[in-house]
Design a protein. Sequence first.
Length: 192
Amino acid sequence: MQRFSLTAKSFLFNREPLWLENRQGLRHKLPVDVQSWTYESGSLTQRLRNYYGDGVAVKILLQRWHTPFLSERRLLKLPGNRCCLTREVLLHVKGKPLILARTIIPAAAIKAANSNLSQLGARPLGEIIFSYPKLERIAMDVALIDQATWTQPAILEAGISQAIWGRRTVYAIAHKQMLVSEFFLPEVLRDF
């Protein structure tokens, strides 16, 4: 059984996923159930709570300062050696896995949010960032992530048995960017 390395960049991934830029026409190439989640303009946490109630919970899988993956650094225009707060979580309801998420938060974004982003604990990120009136959505990419890309601990934690669709979105608070990647597990796609 594979163990999670304390020096790994990710609890979720063996290697960086391959992302597709959200271009015109991509939406219609996605499965219908995936489209709904990928193009949700509001908080995914709020959408989950609207359906499941207050039982939606966050399990922290990884939270530490790391150098992000290469494409994450490029998307955020960060130097190669810049560490960011990396947070990976599982959103679930009563142990039923719904969404995996990976967030890259540079120090400048933490400062712009008055340190609220570095002290989330078990609170969902969406609960915080969607409370900012001037939250900007800058860019979005989409990926279908095969099983070989996920780590064994992530597969076990989320019950992954097939390729998983995800989106990654660059958000900005006071013009300071962060990257939020969300992965839609089969249970959430079936329930909606």
